[in-house]
Design a protein around this ligand. Structure first.
Ligand SMILES: [Zn+2]
Ligand SMILES: [Zn+2]
Length: 247
């Protein structure tokens, strides 16, 4: 069985998590990497949510002495075009082991806001995919996170998503050209019931020649750490995604 690191994980360094590194470290023997939320102009909190680089690095360093260097440092960059120069300034000179690229909001709503669920599904999907397409390549990152974040709140069938196939292909071509890994987000797949969409898109990205994949739970608490990674292992076998393709 191949070893897969959970490449999408949050702690109290993220605005929406209370988890401690030790919650994960004491329930798992392998390496962990946390990808803390960096979301400017966050409409959900009405502020800039920025993980404190100094205190984050300091805590990781301290725990690495105790836990055998099992912690890597990461960030989840919430791309928001009007703040692009601030994002680039923040990242400049900082050293992360793993950087996720995400689009979480449109300046008015985070795509998980209750109100969004009442909005027109097709409009939201289109708006979100446009933002995602633009975001890819604008900042340096390793992984394109949760391609479906913008429509997590919706039941979307594979046929419905197929209407966006040309654009999805453009996004994933751009992802590959920018050397980003495609993320299998187990929270999207199993808590938001988007496994079918991931299967459809996985066939697309494979077809486009993607050789880089990342597996993440998007856990904000122990309960979701490495969520359904056994199922994901099966899926990887089914799609012939081998260990050398997983970052
Ligand atoms: Zn996210
Ligand atoms: Zn996340």
């Amino acid at each position: 069985m191949m070893f897969i690191r959970d490449n999408h994980l949050h702690t109290h360094h993220s605005y929406d998590s209370d988890a401690n590194f030790t919650d994960y470290l004491t329930h798992f023997d392998g390496e962990i990497v946390t990808t803390e939320h960096y979301d400017l102009s966050n409409p959900y909190t009405k502020q800039d949510d920025v993980p404190d680089y100094e205190s984050y690095s300091h805590e990781v360093e301290k725990l690495n002495l105790k836990y055998g260097n099992r912690i890597k440092r990461g960030i989840e960059i919430g791309y928001y075009q009007p703040r692009e120069s601030d994002i680039l300034d923040f990242l400049d000179g900082k050293d992360y082991d793993l950087k996720l690229l995400s689009v979480h909001h449109n300046g008015v709503n985070d795509y998980l806001d209750d109100e969004v669920a009442e909005m027109d599904k097709a409009n939201i999907i289109q708006e979100y995919l446009d933002k995602l397409e633009y975001a890819v390549g604008r900042v340096d990152a390793d992984v394109l996170a949760h391609f479906d974040y913008g429509f997590r709140l919706f039941d979307v069938t594979v046929d419905e998503l197929k209407a966006y196939e040309n654009q999805l292909k453009r996004i994933f071509k751009k992802m590959i050209a920018n050397d980003l890994a495609f993320e299998l987000n187990s929270k999207s797949m199993y808590l938001y019931h988007h496994e079918g969409l991931y299967r459809y898109v996985l066939a697309l990205v494979k077809d486009l020649g993607c050789r880089k994949y990342s597996i993440g739970s998007d856990g904000h608490k122990l309960e979701h750490f490495r969520l359904n990674f056994d199922k994901i292992q099966e899926l990887l076998r089914e799609f012939e995604i081998t260990e050398d393709m997983i970052i």
